[in-house]
Design a protein around this ligand. Structure first.
Ligand SMILES: [Zn+2]
Length: 226
């Protein structure tokens, strides 16, 4: 099984990128790349303590993490499709990304997806969403994966019964800063893909998670046909 399709998914915070990539990435032959899972803990810790950095990771670390992942995935024949959750994060990262793919997975097609939603929806989602510290053992205690609330008690995790918490980066001041940063970098991401001949598809992240996943499935099916 050769790596045949790479699907970078980018978009503003709370657009539903993690929910979408997790749902589709769980199917056989697919995998999800999340940058911070491949970055040394010490570097994550350094980014977390600074509000200005907002989790920003330097280019050297990004390229090293990405190359290691692509190399391992391609040589293990572990997946035919890899979804990239919230990656690349800048025009420069788009260029690294395409170069690394070309070197380690030649012939792999790339379909970029921008998941967008209006600001009201983003704020509402960020305000409502919760994470579970028990189910997601994050190295710097900053879990990101959406947790499902229990039916009996919406404050508790449906899986482990632990108390759910808001995401650290969803605090209003940080969310505003993350939205601004996204707006500043999105043009560069789109332009870098377009310059490299990679189509960018806009998907509506304001729809329900199921509807978005369905729209994405149609896109992936079309992309994987010769
Ligand atoms: Zn839990």
């Amino acid at each position: 099984m050769a790596l045949a399709l790479a699907v970078p998914v980018f978009g503003p915070p709370a657009a539903g990128k993690t929910t979408l990539t997790a749902a589709l990435g769980a199917l056989p032959g697919r995998a999800v790349f999340r940058l911070r899972e491949h970055v040394p803990e010490t570097i994550l810790a350094a980014t977390a303590t600074s509000a200005e950095r907002l989790g920003w990771i330097d280019d050297f670390t990004v390229v090293t993490a990405l190359r290691g992942y692509i190399e391992a995935t391609a040589s293990a024949s572990a997946a035919h499709t890899v979804l990239f959750d919230n990656f690349p994060g800048s025009g420069a990262q788009v260029r690294f990304f395409l170069t690394v793919l070309e070197q380690h997975a030649p012939g792999c097609a790339v379909r970029a997806v921008e998941l967008a939603a209006d600001t009201t929806t983003l704020y509402r989602r960020a305000f409502q969403r919760r994470v579970c510290h028990r189910c997601e053992r994050d190295p710097i205690r900053d879990p990101r994966l959406p947790a499902v609330p229990s039916v009996e008690d919406a404050q508790r995790c449906a899986r482990c019964g632990g108390i759910l918490h808001p995401r650290r980066g969803d605090a209003p001041r940080l969310l505003r800063a993350r939205l601004n940063r996204y707006r500043q970098t999105a043009d560069g991401i789109r332009e870098a893909f377009t310059a490299a001949g990679v189509p960018v598809t806009q998907l509506d992240g304001g729809a329900s998670a199921d509807q978005t996943a369905e729209a994405m499935t149609v896109l992936l099916t079309r992309s994987s046909q010769p």
